[in-house]
Design a binder for this molecule. Structure first.
Ligand code: LMR
Length: 394
């Protein structure tokens, strides 16, 4: 079976992780994969997570199966965190998944099963695994304009003109906040326009929420998604607990499907549970249980919110410091948008050749499209990174 075959091309983000690990230079800087680092360069286990794990360890008496859709208390806590009271709980079908990527995969597979001819609209650019999964599922896809490389902001007119061409039943994939890879987010006004387009065309929004709490606040980051849920009959949401709970390797994620009023949510619920069964049976439990324990305990929840705020402030401080250092190095404000972007990522503007040069000559690792993880910077590395960027991109 394997003779005369070549292995599939590796995901560019994961390939870069391997290259970084193999690089013997001690002053190398990893701005590749989206992992948060503290000013000390660590990816810590959050204090609330440690406490929740301790409680679970003490109280848990079985590792027996939970259910195909995961722990109902986790699903309900995540529904509350993400949707608040934007839509009645009775309209939401939820399902646990292995991380946010598992949730993205299950939503896309559900939409292919129920609506095989629908196209999935993705932003230009988007997270490389979006088109990869869509391609794997052999779904139809279309691209909408999103990022304006001249301004470092959103090409609003282009985006809205493209989305207006969506057909009824098409799926419009949106990033809730902290757009990956650009860092340029939709404004409340953009969300309202997109909701109106969905209303007009009958297209269904699908929100990928990987970074809730990393942009402005837990509430502000969910606002656009809540607006869609409050105004449209159907909305798909794939949420991750990897970043905001620091639970990367535990694979805790959730699908929420807002179903039309009066429509049976059992169809969405049953389809998702069935897809779980086909693909991996039960979703992982440990990370989900940690999240549920934190969200349902007022003291742990406050502690987690505080720590999340500190992470967000670190990323914003990195952004401000990098933009400032680049202003000094480049003698211009051409990198000023780094400070305005939100979340972990910004597009640096480096070409693939410049990305290679940054890595080979300076030991600075960016993804090939020039994406830079600003959460990987520390006060110690910012001056060097700014100098190298200004030099290579001059
Ligand atoms: C990223 O974009 O770097 C993260 O979401 C990690 C991943 O799985 O690609």
């Amino acid at each position: 079976m394997f003779e005369n075959r070549v292995p599939p091309e590796q995901d560019k983000i994961l390939r870069l992780m391997g290259m970084f690990a193999a690089d013997p230079r001690t002053d190398k800087v990893d701005l590749g994969v989206g992992v948060y680092r503290s000013p000390e360069g660590k990816t810590p286990v959050m204090a609330a997570v440690k406490t929740a794990e301790q409680w679970i360890w003490e109280a848990q008496e079985t590792k027996g199966y939970v259910g195909l859709s995961g722990d109902p208390a986790f699903l309900d806590a995540m529904r509350g965190l993400i949707l608040g009271d934007a839509v009645p709980a009775a309209r939401v079908a939820a399902c646990g998944t292995p991380g946010g990527t598992g949730a993205v995969r299950q939503v896309l597979e559900m939409s292919r099963r129920l609506s095989p001819d629908a196209a999935v609209w993705i932003s230009d650019p988007t997270w490389p695994n979006h088109p990869a999964i869509i391609g794997h599922l052999a779904q139809k896809s279309a691209t909408y304009r999103y990022y304006d490389r001249e301004t470092g902001g959103i090409d609003r007119d282009g985006m809205l003109a493209d989305l207006a061409r969506a057909q009824a039943g098409d799926v419009i994939l949106l990033h809730a906040c902290c757009h990956n890879p650009t860092g340029a987010d939709l404004t409340p006004d953009d969300w309202r326009e997109i909701a109106a387009i969905c209303q007009r065309t009958g297209a269904i929004p699908f929100v990928d929420m990987a970074y809730l709490g990393f942009a402005e606040s837990l509430e502000a980051d969910a606002e656009g998604t809540r607006h869609l849920a409050a105004t449209l009959p159907e909305v798909f949401i794939a949420a991750s607990c990897s970043k905001n709970f620091g639970l990367y390797r535990e694979r805790a994620g959730v699908v929420l499907v807002v179903t039309a009023e009066g429509a049976p949510r059992e169809v969405a619920f049953g389809t998702l549970a069935n897809l779980n069964r086909q693909n991996y049976a039960f979703p992982p439990d440990h990370g989900a249980r940690v999240v549920e324990t934190i969200l349902n305990d007022p003291i742990l929840r406050d502690s987690w919110r505080d720590e999340l705020r500190a992470m967000r402030e670190t990323m914003q401080a990195n952004r401000a410091a990098l933009a400032e250092a680049l202003r000094a190095e480049a003698g211009s404000d051409r990198f000023g948008h780094f400070a305005a972007h939100r979340g972990m990522f910004s597009l640096s503007g480096a070409s693939p050749a410049q990305v290679d040069l940054l890595r080979e000559t300076h030991g600075i690792y960016l993804v090939g499209d020039g994406r830079m993880n600003v959460a990987g910077l520390t006060p110690g590395t910012i001056p060097r990174v700014a100098k190298a960027l200004a030099e290579v991109l001059a």
